[in-house]
Design a protein around this ligand. Structure first.
Ligand SMILES: C[S@@+](CC[C@H](N)C(=O)[O-])C[C@H]1O[C@@H](n2cnc3c(N)ncnc32)[C@H](O)[C@@H]1O
Length: 314
């Protein structure tokens, strides 16, 4: 298990679009809730004026260290916080400022995480099946894989991996774990490939690994909690930008922005006017999500599934 961490770098995705759409006030206050390696924060810093203030957060302690190093002299280390963004409502008090002109979420994984075998995120490296963003808390993937029954495994793989052959994979996992405990990425990949014939092996593995990663980190619950909390912390006219990498996330972001732009009206459809007192809180600036330009995808293939949605608080 050789870590090539020192050689890895993470290329921030859709930087030009994020900078363009997120900055409304060059002397304002901005928060990146998925600091990663500080890539987007650095790009924002380059565009902002001298009185602007930047803050960052990441669940992964390594990402926090990396961002602090990358932004030395630009952001005070204590303004880069280690926490899950799902806890933003309570964590926000740890930032010096508590109102922001722009908040960014660049969901998913960084290249640092993917390329570190010991984190267990990738089927391309042999490593322990961990997959936690914060490896000091919660249950690693191998524990989940060892404890769920066949039905629960199948549901998880189907719902979070959008994988049609989930039943066969779950069955194969259960059969295998009767013989030996499933602890490594290679074991899981071999079980999946042994259970399902697929011409697109990497896509199949990516879906199954995504499913377990989402479950381990409760990613959809995290997203459901952070969206309203982030909106709450924006000043009027402030913007929320979210880059997602698969349809489950993108759907959630789209529905949230749509609901906030309609004022979460709960009146019966037969009523011609709203009587429930719902208030529109957002203007959607991206009726369709923005995708990376082809040049960016050519240069950074990991950007290909990125979709950016932006809303402005009223
Ligand atoms: C795609 S990377 C961000 C890269 C960053 N934008 C950059 O340019 O360097 C996503 C980051 O989000 C973090 N992350 C994922 N889920 C999180 C959560 N619930 N709370 C906080 N950070 C999270 C991951 O640890 C990872 O570092």
């Amino acid at each position: 298990m050789v870590s090539n961490r020192s050689k890895v770098s993470h290329q921030p995705v859709m930087v030009a679009e994020v900078v363009e759409l997120l900055i409304t006030n060059p002397q304002g206050t901005y928060l990146d809730l998925t600091a990663g390696g500080g890539g987007h924060l650095k790009s924002l810093a380059r565009r902002l004026g001298p009185r602007a203030r930047l803050f960052g957060l990441d669940w992964d302690p390594d990402a926090v260290d990396r961002t602090r190093r990358a932004l030395r002299g630009i952001v005070q280390p204590y303004n880069i916080v280690q926490a899950a963004f799902g806890d933003l409502g309570t964590v926000a008090a740890r930032f010096e400022d508590e109102r922001f002109d722009g908040i960014l979420l660049d969901l998913g994984l960084s290249s640092y995480q993917l390329e570190s075998p010991e984190r267990g995120f990738s089927f391309r490296h042999d490593g322990p099946l961990d997959m936690r963003f914060d490896p000091t808390r919660g249950r690693p993937a191998w524990e989940l894989i060892g404890s769920l029954d066949e039905k629960q495994l199948a549901r998880l793989i189907r719902e979070f991996g959008e994988e049609k052959q989930a039943n066969r994979i779950a069955r194969a996992i259960v059969m295998e774990r009767q013989k030996v405990s499933i602890r490594t990425t290679t074991q899981l990949a071999d079980i999946v490939l042994g259970a399902v014939r697929s011409p697109q092996k990497n896509k199949l593995l990516a879906r199954v690994f995504q499913a377990f990663r989402i479950a381990v980190n409760q990613e959809l619950e995290q997203l459901a909690r952070v969206l309203p909390a982030a909106l709450h912390l924006l000043v009027p006219g402030g913007r929320l930008a979210v880059i997602s990498y698969h349809s489950l996330e993108d759907r959630q972001v789209k529905r949230f922005l749509q609901a906030e732009s309609r004022g979460r009206c709960s009146c019966p459809v037969e009523l011609a006017v709203c009587v429930c007192g719902a208030v529109e809180r957002v203007i959607v600036l991206t009726p369709r999500p923005l995708a990376p330009k082809s040049e960016e995808i050519e240069q950074n293939p990991r950007a290909r599934s990125a979709r950016l949605r932006v809303g402005e608080k009223l």
